[in-house]
Write a protein that binds this ligand. Structure first.
Ligand code: HEM
Ligand code: HEM
Length: 348
């Protein structure tokens, strides 16, 4: 009897000790993680030179969804950054004006406000500078600032909304303010995820597999490039730091940041991609050539770290990346002002 009871006591104490140890490991990992990552803030972040107000957010939302901001009247920001599908278009590379296929995959607009710079090559310093690009890009919305302003000025409701959003200005309907309003709206597109809850102290927010995946993500070196609030979006690195992927993944004609800085050092250098909601924003990489997240992780391990992850490690890392899928912003479709006789007509 006695030895049996002892055995039971020992088994019980081992059973009790195991979770305690795991909890200690989790606490250490959390401390380590908090040095590298930050949880999403629970309020709308402030943006430089653009105080965010409810009026600006509402105007920005209308502009984000308005296809009449494009020359054809077909494409809105939401066409390629669809808020119903993870803030992107789920295409290899985007389709824009005149059914043209653009050169790069569309990144998500969700949480983009936290990126240090915008675009795969970081060529726009912030969301307001960024928003002026697609409107004018021939393969996206193919419009001109003048035509955007003529369109907006033709609809009294838009003029009133601009007045409300920029009350201190004499001429509130401007291309700068168009971009600022969109930036204000985009700053609201935040997706708090289980990983945030875990960073904030909730052990139950991640599964065991996800915790192991986080440990691998940190230990293998992924976090040396993918860190900060967005687990990326902060700095630039050669795609193929250790071993250049084939042209099927890294097409030779897109030299990334080289086009921005024109220094040889920046050839094939790209912004470490932000990884929030990565599970729902396939296909991957600026080329959009990889549809499977596990394959994308394998490519990263070999190209950036010269490492081969085991099957189990790959499963864990992919599970961890799943913990970055957040609660999507609830979006009610805006009702937009009707055109008037003065509204410029769509062009083909
Ligand atoms: C990049 C917003 C219209 C396709 C981006 C980014 C933002 C954004 C914030 C950068 C995200 C990041 O770097 O993480 C907008 C807004 C639009 C708009 C506010 C409307 C004014 C469009 C349209 C298309 C499109 C209509 C497709 C036809 C893309 C692509 C990129 C991009 C392909 C990546 C380009 C590169 O890195 O060179 N957009 N977008 N966007 N967007 Fe848009
Ligand atoms: C892109 C994960 C290591 C730099 C990506 C993407 C994923 C990912 C899933 C695709 C993002 C998208 O398509 O939106 C990982 C994992 C890593 C790792 C799991 C560890 C195994 C690294 C390291 C660096 C790095 C160490 C820097 C040396 C980049 C860059 C891109 C990227 C520059 C953009 C590539 C492009 O232009 O298409 N990463 N990454 N990554 N990562 Fe990593």
């Amino acid at each position: 009897m006695f030895p049996k009871t002892m055995a039971a006591v020992c088994a019980l104490s081992t059973a009790l000790a195991a979770p305690a140890l795991a909890q200690e490991v989790r606490a250490d990992l959390r401390d380590e993680a908090l040095d590298m990552f930050s949880p999403l803030p629970s309020t709308i972040p402030s943006v430089t030179d653009n105080p965010i107000t409810a009026e600006k957010i509402d105007l920005g939302k209308a502009l984000f969804f308005d296809p009449r901001m494009s020359a054809s009247g077909v494409f809105s920001c939401n066409s390629c950054h669809n808020l119903a599908t993870g803030g992107d278009d789920n295409l290899e590379t985007s389709i824009g004006h005149g059914w043209q296929k653009g050169p790069r995959n569309a990144p998500t607009v969700l949480n983009a406000v936290f990126n240090a710079a915008q675009f795969w090559d970081g060529r726009a310093p912030d969301l307001a500078a960024q928003a002026k690009g697609p409107v004018q890009a021939g393969v996206e919305m193919a419009n001109t600032p003048d035509n955007v302003l003529a369109t907006l000025n033709s609809m009294p409701q838009y003029v009133a909304w601009f007045r409300g959003a920029f009350p201190e200005q004499d001429e509130p309907v401007s291309f700068d303010n168009f971009a600022k309003a969109i930036e204000a709206y985009e700053a609201t597109l935040l997706t708090p995820a289980p990983f945030d809850a875990w960073l904030n102290g909730n052990d139950d927010a991640l599964t065991e597999e996800q915790v192991r995946g986080l440990q691998t993500f940190v230990d293998a070196g992924c976090a040396s490039c993918h860190n900060g609030i967005n687990l990326g979006g902060q700095d630039y690195f050669p795609f193929g730091l250790v071993e250049k992927p084939g042209a099927d993944v890294l097409p030779e004609d897109d030299k990334g940041r080289f086009a921005v800085t024109e220094t040889a050092y920046d050839e094939y250098v790209f912004r470490a991609a932000p990884l929030r909601n990565i599970e729902v924003t396939a296909p991957y990489f600026h080329s959009g050539k990889v549809w499977d997240l596990r394959t994308a992780v394998e490519i990263m391990a070999s190209s950036q770290l010269g490492a081969e992850l085991s099957e189990g490690e790959l499963d864990d890392v992919v599970a961890f990346l799943g913990s970055l899928t957040g609660e999507m912003p609830e979006v009610s479709y805006p009702v937009l002002p009707a055109e008037t006789g003065d509204t410029p007509r769509p062009t083909a």
